[in-house]
Design a protein around this ligand. Structure first.
Ligand SMILES: NC(=O)c1ccc[n+]([C@@H]2O[C@H](COP(=O)([O-])OP(=O)(O)OC[C@H]3O[C@@H](n4cnc5c(N)ncnc54)[C@H](O)[C@@H]3O)[C@@H](O)[C@H]2O)c1
Ligand SMILES: O=C(O)C(=O)C[C@@H](O)[C@H](O)[C@H](O)COP(=O)(O)O
Ligand SMILES: [Zn+2]
Length: 368
């Protein structure tokens, strides 16, 4: 059964449809949204090999004309170079303001295609067809788009909401195990930041998510509904939305330090970052010492890293990691802001953090 979560943002409102077989029905959905418009699909080479043909067939069945560009797979694609390639290709396709860009892929393609759509002719509509667990529960919803810089993650970007999100949970069947696990890092984040009962549910059910479609759909829908609620209340991260950044201050610095490479996937960085945020919260006396232990145990159970020492290869020292954190978008008046927790499901934003303690937490996590 297809379920719909509405993201209510006035004239920028849209539906997130979650269910099985949605890729094969994408043509109908797109036709209903845009009529007979030109369609330009941005995807990556791995996803194209697996899922582009069914999408094209579905669009053609509705008489829709579509062209596709496949970019290299992987985080390094969120770069100026690939953004330029995508935008110039869209212009060469003569994509007009009322046409549609479709992002078919994981968070990398969703972020890059969304940003390309935001700046093309000062904004064209786009549809997200997320093909990773991470993209279905998080990146396809909420309108954060952008690319990375050597100075830090997602430092160049725009808020640009999609017009529709089609999350077909069947396409996750082809996702490599490591990418599925990494995506789970963002699922568990929702329980940790604001829903203790969801975290309890995940402790019981998450090991079965990869093989049980009904549980997977439940987890995706719950995550999307939580994100939609937060985004509706705070679209451009003036306050509450920063909670979705739990684990990211640490995680983004670690991703930059590892060169946006396969050494550390985004969801793995988030997992380590969540563990560090709870460790820091416990050291500050905000939550009990059992909370970080419970978080780390669950991450381990799910095959996710929880410590910096689990990242392969050399890392820069703590000074360099702190310098990367200083580029975080949550920095205000030169002060770092962290998402900390009073307990599982009870996160909050603060700039009242002793940086010496942050360094201690980094050092302890490096020791393993
Ligand atoms: N905009 C947001 O709100 C937001 C939220 C969370 C994460 N992000 C961003 O998302 C990115 C990470 O996204 P990701 O984890 O999806 O990575 P990704 O897009 O690189 O996808 C992971 C890998 O899976 C492959 N793949 C995708 N779908 C597949 C499928 N169905 N079958 C087989 N292979 C498939 C891709 O080719 C890639 O190799 C990061 O850049 C992160 O910053 C953005
Ligand atoms: O949607 C949000 O808001 C998030 O913070 C979701 C995060 O999972 C995502 O990684 C986001 O791209 C991070 O945002 P950033 O502003 O720190 O780049
Ligand atoms: Zn994230």
């Amino acid at each position: 059964m297809t379920e719909t979560v509405r993201v209510d943002l006035g004239e920028r409102s849209y539906d997130v449809r979650i269910g099985q077989g949605l890729l094969a029905r994408a043509g109908e959905e797109v036709l209903a949204l845009a009529g007979q418009r030109r369609i330009a699909i941005l995807t990556d080479e791995r996803v194209a090999a697996l899922h582009l043909e069914p999408l094209l067939a579905s669009l053609q069945a509705e008489g829709l004309k579509a062209e596709a560009l496949a970019l290299p797979a992987g985080e390094a694609t969120k770069s100026w170079d690939q953004l330029g390639t995508a935008v110039e290709w869209l212009l060469a396709q003569k994509v007009e303001r009322k046409d549609l860009v479709i992002a078919l892929g994981g968070g990398v393609i969703g972020d890059l295609a969304g940003f390309a759509a935001a700046i093309l002719r000062r904004g064209v509509r786009f549809v997200q067809i997320p093909t990773t667990l991470l993209a279905q529960v998080d990146s396809s919803v909420g309108g954060k788009t952008g690319i990375n810089s050597p100075h830090g993650k997602n430092l160049i970007g725009a808020f640009h909401q999609p017009s529709l999100v089609l999350a077909d949970i069947d396409v996750l069947a082809t996702l490599p195990e490591r990418d599925f696990r990494a995506g789970y890092g963002e699922v568990v984040k929702y329980g940790l930041l604001g829903d203790a009962a969801f975290f309890d549910w995940l402790e019981q059910n998450a090991p079965a998510l990869a093989r049980d479609a009904a549980l997977r759909q439940q987890a995706v829908r719950h995550s999307v509904a939580m994100k939609a609620g937060i985004v509706q209340r705070d679209e451009t991260e003036q306050g509450e939305r920063a909670l979705l950044n739990l684990g990211h201050t640490f995680g983004h610095a670690l991703e930059s330090a590892t060169g946006y490479s396969d050494r550390l996937l985004h969801g793995e960085g988030v997992a380590i970052g969540c563990a560090l945020a709870f460790e820091l919260s416990a050291r500050l006396g905000l939550c009990s010492q059992e909370d970080p232990s419970r978080v780390a145990a669950h991450l381990q159970q799910m095959g996710l890293p929880s410590r910096i020492s689990q990242i392969p290869g050399d890392l820069p020292d703590n000074d360099a990691l702190m310098a990367l954190m200083a580029q975080d978008k949550k920095v205000q008046d030169g002060r770092l802001r962290f998402i900390l927790a009073r307990g599982i499901g009870d996160a909050f934003v603060t700039d009242q953090v002793d940086l010496a303690m942050v360094r201690d937490v980094l050092s302890a996590s490096r020791r393993g």
